[in-house]
Design a protein around this ligand. Structure first.
Ligand code: Z5A
Length: 229
């Protein structure tokens, strides 16, 4: 995917987490945000779809199990609409002031679910993603990779399923495969993290992967400032 803006060209950093439903993204985002904040970083934690008043209203439409008649084209465009609002209203300003943006899902979810899962044409989804991301691309994308059946059990243990989750395991298997292909095609940005094991073990792998991709991210502002003295 084209990168309009790179880490070197902006003061902040943009990290996204991806994975099949129940892979543990939310659990790991909490740990990552705590760790970055402890390093003195300003961190903006977001999730997709959502993150602004407009995007949260779109989220409610997308996940409502009552909206079973939603056309796939409508679904795709709503994800992009939610994203565009989030980028313009929150992500761009945060990156410009030097914050680390940590987002639970971004445009790779659209590729994995709408192209990989639903079968939309690859080129069409990439064009839609270009519009939705407004030219703002993640520096690093961490895909929490695990067997969708086990991840589904984790998510299912909560006892309720939203509209997407209700579609079942076959969709999640196609989604996992699509994430793996994205990682193969863009290895510098998209990195797989083994999501099996206890949350702390998974976090250790995640931080190691992120440090390799973005050296200095965890060094903290204090260290950076003293280097400039
Ligand atoms: N979607 C799309 O189709 N296209 C798009 O462009 C975008 C999204 C952006 C968003 O739903 C849905 O929209 C999603 C993709 C689609 N649908 N599906 N299917 P969401 O935001 O409500 O759901 P989610 O993103 O899939 O998150 P989730 O279900 O909350 O899962 P998670 O964040 O990856 O996992 P978690 O909440 O951290 O953990 C799940 C459970 O497992 C929980 O009880 C944890 O305590 C437990 N857990 C977590 N880690 C572990 C470990 N390591 N061991 C054991 N148990 C664990």
């Amino acid at each position: 995917m084209m990168r309009a803006e790179t880490a070197a060209a902006r003061p902040g950093a943009f990290v996204t987490l991806e994975g099949v439903d129940g892979a543990g993204k939310t659990t790991q985002v909490v740990r990552l945000v705590e760790r970055l904040e402890a390093c003195g970083r300003e961190v903006v934690r977001l999730r997709e779809p959502g993150g602004t008043a407009i995007s949260e209203r779109i989220r409610a439409l997308l996940l409502d199990p009552g909206n079973s008649e939603m056309a796939p084209e409508c679904e795709l465009l709503l994800f992009e609409a939610s994203r565009a609002q989030l980028v313009r209203e929150v992500i761009e300003p945060a990156l410009a002031r030097g914050a680390v943006v940590v987002c639970d899902r971004f445009y790779d979810s659209t590729h994995a679910y709408q192209a990989g899962g639903r079968g939309f044409d690859d080129a069409l989804v990439r064009r839609a993603n270009e519009l939705g991301c407004c030219g703002v691309h993640p520096d690093v994308t961490l895909v929490l990779d695990m067997d969708p059946g086990r991840a589904f059990e984790r998510a299912g243990a909560r006892g309720e399923h939203d509209r997407m989750e209700a579609e079942g395991l076959a969709l999640q298997c196609r989604v996992r495969e699509d994430y793996r292909q994205l990682a193969e095609a863009e290895p510098a940005r998209v990195r797989l993290v083994d999501a099996d094991g206890a949350p702390d073990e998974v976090y250790a792998r995640l931080e190691e992967t992120l440090t390799a991709a973005l050296p200095g991210l965890f060094e903290g502002l204090a260290a950076q400032e003293s280097n400039h003295d």
